[in-house]
Ligand binder design. Structure first.
Ligand code: SF4
Ligand code: SF4
Length: 683
């Protein structure tokens, strides 16, 4: 179809486009290889199937709250695959007259029909996105308007010029591409019947070059745009964390060269890949409690600013770390960093599993450990944990006192115990938390479990300290707890706080492997200790009919109840069915779910150690959640975390909702115990 000169021009264009595409891609790959290591090995097959399902079934966009956007993306995604194939055909066709992938076989016909179909679906999808972005303008799309406009224009022009080319092609060769229904329709509709063959040939050639120029320009632009997610996104999905999202890996304080992220070069290649994969959809921002409550933090902007900074400083990252500016306050502000509740909602909704909280935690770690910069109110908190092992600086002996008040033995008094009930700081020192501890003790006794508590040997689990960046303090607290557990023959450790559950289950095992002060036998004993949440324990006891239950009184005016899922039991550790099972056993099927429930639950505002900081900017996160509870109308609210209970109790009180009762699932279940058939004492 092309003359020799035209073929030479086409070759130059193909080569130039390749250089323009691969040079920035190589620059990005080089940048990633200069960043810190991060272990993402293992389970290659699992990673592969996860990525394929996310990408080809488009679960990455269909899985969350925007079904229409997901559907429109599906149309564009498959259209892009078809058009990418068609582009290869287009180039070869320039060299080989009449070349057509799969020829005129039924497969070739099917291909021509599907590309025609996809040209319609892509145009529909792009129109949907353009209307959404430029007419409806949701808050999530508050960045990247120019980039989006360019991408939509490129896609629109690529499809239009393709159809123009196809229209001339089917008119010139009527026996070919017979299933290309849309092109035939366009040819019949727009080309005069009397048009001559030379005119068709000229039109075909003009359309060929137009399409080639649009497509080559688009390809050259891709690495500089968010459309690069087409490549970086699937790679990022492949290298996602294959461990619970709430887990933090230990920092070796003796050997680490730096603590957390001070400069761009301190981030890992996975952090860099996260930044390159972002498509600026704003899903993370939409669900972020900090953003929604008017704080400075937007998880999307954290990722975008990281990307910009990495790309602008790539030379220094590779060669001269000393010349790199500090990340705070140059790239991120302290306000942003301290606003994160580590709820994980951002990570959960992100189509590419971008790990926002890790970056914020890494920045916090550097501020606290290397620079001693943290909100002033944490000074007393850190001191109390260090000196007394609890946030309030109350006497450690109170833990043993509570045990005897509840009629419980300590592990030292009862070494045959099979389970350890972890009372935790709230369960010991907080009046409301003590009621949950009491309920748990009653339930475990009723089930005939052999259990004990640690008493004065129990220290804060260290969750808040760690997520507030104080890894040193976390490791000191965790070591003290691990020492107390290392000599026991316990089968399980039972928590009624999701934060304790998460650190014991996900953080302690990696820490104990790293520490040198435990013998191999002690490590083995700690490894074999099963961490059990009170949700798992209670739902299992109900299933095995180990609890004598009666139906409790009607809760509230309409008898409905609702559940607030904690971030660390629910989203981070997948314990979503258990609270519903427990509540159904005693309250029946009168559950009215909150709008944001289960894995989409909205944080109470206390996670990430923010229980201990002051919320000075914007609305209070617990007020937002309390408003949702009030809208739901159920007068009984079940929680499974002492932090959540405290925050929501305060929130409902502040909102004047005095007729709402808020109780832990353990308290609700204990209230349904039939004391007349009580089992014998067990502790
Ligand atoms: S973890 Fe929660 S609070 Fe932190 S950035 Fe993500 S959504 Fe926002
Ligand atoms: S980080 Fe993920 S959810 Fe947030 S804007 Fe980027 S792609 Fe969307």
């Amino acid at each position: 179809m092309l003359t020799l000169v035209e073929k030479i021009v086409l070759t130059i264009l193909v080569l130039a486009t390749s250089v323009l595409f691969f040079f920035p891609v190589a620059r990005r790959v080089l940048l990633l290889t200069s960043l810190q290591s991060a272990s993402r090995s293992g389970s290659l097959l699992k990673r592969f199937f996860y990525t394929v399902s996310r990408v080809f079934l488009q679960l990455c966009t269909l899985k969350n709250e925007r079904p229409w956007t997901g559907a429109a993306h599906l149309l564009i995604f498959y259209g892009a695959l078809a058009f990418d194939t068609m582009t290869v055909n287009h180039v070869i066709e320039g060299y080989v007259e009449g070349f057509y992938l799969f020829g005129q076989s039924w497969l070739g016909q099917l291909f021509s029909a599907s590309v025609d179909l996809f040209s319609i679906t892509v145009l529909a999808g792009v129109t949907f996105f353009a209307i959404r972005r430029f007419v409806i303008r949701p808050r999530a799309y508050d960045t990247g308007a120019r980039d989006s406009a360019l991408i939509y224009t490129f896609i629109f022009l690529a499809v239009s010029t393709f159809l123009l080319f196809n229209l001339f092609s089917v008119a010139l060769h009527p026996g070919t591409r017979t299933w290309a229904f849309f092109s035939h329709f366009l040819a019949k509709s727009f080309l005069p019947a009397s048009i001559s063959a030379p005119a068709l040939e000229s039109g075909l050639k003009l359309a060929y070059w137009l399409h080639a120029l649009v497509v080559f320009s688009f390809i050259s632009y891709v690495p500089h745009s968010k459309y690069f997610h087409l490549f970086a996104g699937p790679v990022n999905l492949f290298f996602r964390k294959n461990r619970p999202s709430g887990q933090m890996l230990p920092l070796n304080l003796e050997t680490a060269e730096s603590f957390g992220a001070e400069k761009a070069a301190d981030f890992s290649w996975k952090d860099g890949l996260d930044a390159l994969a972002c498509v600026e959809c704003g899903r993370c921002q939409d669900v972020c409690p900090a953003f929604q409550s008017g704080k400075a933090l937007s998880p999307k902007k954290i990722i975008l600013n990281l990307e910009k900074h990495l790309l602008s400083e790539d030379k220094n990252i590779r060669r001269e770390r000393d010349k790199l500016p500090a990340l705070v306050p140059g790239v991120f502000t302290e306000e942003e960093i301290w606003a994160c509740t580590t709820c994980g909602a951002c990570l959960h909704v992100c189509p590419f599993d971008i790990e926002h909280p890790d970056k914020l935690l890494s920045l916090r770690q550097n501020l606290v450990l290397a620079q001693g910069r943290f909100p002033g109110e944490l000074r007393g908190f850190f001191h109390n944990l260090e000196a007394y092992g609890n946030p309030w600086g109350l006497p450690p002996g109170k833990r043993t006192e509570l045990a005897s008040e509840l009629g419980l033995k300590t592990l030292a008094e009862y070494p045959e115990a099979e389970y350890l009930l972890w009372l935790g700081c709230f369960g010991t020192y907080d009046d409301r938390g003590r009621k949950i501890a009491e309920a748990m003790a009653r339930l475990m006794k009723a089930a005939g479990l052999k259990f004990a508590v640690l008493g004065a040997e129990e220290h804060c689990c260290g969750d808040s300290a760690r997520r507030l960046g104080n890894e040193y303090l976390f490791q000191a607290l965790a070591s003290a707890n691990l020492k107390a557990l290392a000599g026991s023959n316990l089968k399980g450790l039972i928590t009624f706080c999701p934060h304790g559950y998460n650190v014991f289950r996900n953080d302690y095992p990696a820490l104990v492997e790293m520490l040198n002060d435990f013998s191999p036998e002690e490590k083995e004993r700690i490894r074999s200790l099963r961490v059990i949440s009170h949700l798992e324990l209670l739902s299992d006891l109900i299933e095995r009919k180990r609890l004598p239950l009666r139906r409790p009184e009607e809760p509230g005016d309409r008898g409905q109840f609702t559940v607030h899922d904690s971030c660390y039991y629910g989203r981070h550790n997948g314990l979503l069915a258990e609270p519903r099972k427990i509540l159904a056993a005693v309250l029946g099927d009168r559950l009215r779910e909150l709008g944001n429930s289960k894995e989409h639950s909205f944080c109470c505002g206390a996670g990430g150690g923010l229980m201990w900081t002051e919320e000075k900017v914007g609305k209070r996160v617990n007020h937002l959640r309390s408003e949702e509870i009030i809208r739901n109308g159920s007068r009984l609210v079940a929680t499974s975390c002492p932090f959540c209970l405290t925050m929501l109790q305060d929130g409902l009180r502040d909102k004047g909702a005095h007729d709402f009762r808020i109780m832990d699932v353990a308290e609700i279940l204990a209230g349904a115990l039939d004391d007349s058939s009580r089992r014998s004492g067990q502790s």
